[in-house]
Design a protein around this ligand. Structure first.
Ligand SMILES: [Zn+2]
Length: 472
């Protein structure tokens, strides 16, 4: 099938995620240009568009593309580095001793190469849209945006805004290679917005990528960012209410909680995606609901960092838009969002001690339509509906671990993995087919990553990655 002409994917099981949440056996999707032209029974769609090329997707599930709402493109080369931590409960040791020095040592070429590896992994495992939480100045925003454009993925690129007070930098040994002038981070974000927002047929958005409103930040900066974002209709993302230390910090400033503090700053609002929220309590959830903010829970990464669970079930019950994210591979080590579908469910049920919570259907909503709301484009993506952008994936179920199928939703949530994704369509263009990426040079990206990783570690003064056992 050619890249941008119309085509039909036929004879599949469709999980539409439309208003009625219809699942269609022996279904087909017709794609014309960048949009979905028909969704229905195969016979009906073929009758409606007899001139289109038809491709047989029997024994495939077709679902809306997955949406990863919290990504660190810069951490693709740090896969699994968190296990190097000698006292792995110490978040600051992980951040200031390993991750930040390496991020600071990266060049724009490294930034684009890391983004390529990360996007390659996301596309091959069914992620069609993502939110990058904070692209650093030294990683080269233009190169990363170009990588997104050329790969075919849909991206909201948060550009870092930061103001780390000098006293705090001295206290923790903040690497100056990972520090940027606060005013410049704002003006550079606005320049990037002007240059890139809406590029590639609207596939690229530019957001404010706030770090976190804790003692590492001057609160005035984020109050200002919230004001500018509101005035200009821009969106922002931030790590928020992550740890009890965030709540303690907010209490020192006279607030009941970190969430209340963020609401007062203006960063907890309808244009915001808040990552983690693992330290949010019942009162905080009410603030989130009132503010209309989205939450990105990063189940596997929060679990491996021993942060405790995001109170996902209570948030959903209060009407908060909760979506999923893989976070960076410096913590948990994969960008396979299908894996996170079941992890978020495992954690919620373990915590609630009942299986009658967070059903497979709800989890799939979080990974698709909730993600689309977090991106601010639920009218364009997140479900298979006529007139929406054609962002979809197919899962090849003709394998032992996906056989037999009682419910395609349960199969997708509890049994499928990224490697089962056969075909990925974004903006009407086929990006992955028969498990192969069509828009990127996989071999070159992987080979380059192998060479680059030890170089970055050397420049950062971080010992090369090794297990704790003797290596001969
Ligand atoms: Zn993060």
């Amino acid at each position: 099938m050619s890249a941008h002409s119309g085509f039909i994917l036929a004879n599949a099981t469709l999980i539409t995620m439309d208003g009625g949440r219809r699942v269609i056996d022996d279904g087909a999707v017709a794609v014309i240009g960048d949009s979905i032209a028909a969704v229905g029974k195969t016979a009906d769609v073929l009758r409606q568009f007899p001139e289109l090329q038809v491709h047989d997707y029997s024994r495939h599930i077709i679902s809306p593309g997955l949406i990863d709402t919290h990504v660190h493109l810069s951490q693709a080369f740090f896969r699994g580095v968190g296990e190097r931590n000698e006292r792995s409960d110490n978040f600051h040791e992980w951040l200031y001793g390993l991750t930040l020095p390496m991020e600071g040592a990266m060049t724009p070429e490294d930034g684009a190469a890391s983004a390529s590896l990360c996007i390659l992994e996301m596309l091959k495992s069914g992620t069609t849209s993502f939110i990058e939480c904070m692209t650093s100045e030294n990683h080269g925003f233009d190169g990363i945006a170009e990588t997104c454009v050329n790969s075919g993925i849909r991206a909201a690129l948060g550009k870092v805004v930061m103001d780390v007070p000098a006293a705090y930098r001295d206290k923790v040994g903040w690497p100056m290679s990972a520090w940027f002038d606060p005013d410049r981070t704002i003006s550079d974000t606005l320049a990037a917005y002007k240059k890139w927002n809406g590029a590639a047929n609207g596939r690229i958005q530019v957001w404010f990528g706030c770090r976190t409103a804790d003692e590492t930040a001057n609160p005035d900066l984020y109050r200002n960012v919230a004001k500018i974002a509101k005035e200009r209709g821009m969106r922002l993302t931030i790590h928020h209410s992550e740890l009890e230390s965030d709540n303690a910090y907010a209490r020192r400033l006279g607030y009941r909680s970190h969430m209340e503090f963020g609401y007062d700053l203006g960063i907890v609002g309808p244009n915001a995606v808040l990552a983690h929220c693992t330290a949010a309590d019942e009162e905080d959830i009410k603030i989130l609901a009132k503010a209309g903010a989205s939450v990105s829970t990063n189940a596997a990464n929060n679990a491996v960092s021993a942060w405790g669970p995001t109170p996902v079930v209570n948030m959903l019950a209060e009407g908060v838009n909760v979506a999923l994210g893989c976070d960076g591979t410096a913590g948990d080590a994969n960008m396979d969002l299908l894996r996170d579908l079941r992890v978020v469910c495992h954690i919620a049920r373990t915590h609630a001690k009942t299986r009658n919570c967070l059903r497979a259907e709800t989890v799939l909503e979080m990974a698709t339509i909730h993600g689309a709301r977090a991106l601010g484009i639920a009218d364009q993506v997140g479900s298979l509906e006529v007139g929406k952008k054609a962002d979809l994936i197919t899962i090849d179920t003709d394998v032992p671990h996906l056989t037999p199928i009682w419910s395609p939703v349960a199969t997708m949530v509890f049994a499928a993995q990224g490697a089962d994704v056969d075909t990925v369509v974004i903006d009407g263009k086929i990006v992955v087919r028969n498990h192969e990426i069509l828009t990127m040079d996989e071999e070159a990206i992987v080979a380059d990553a192998r060479l680059r990783m030890p170089e970055i570690a050397r420049r950062a003064g971080v010992p090369a990655a090794r297990p704790r056992w003797p290596v001969l």
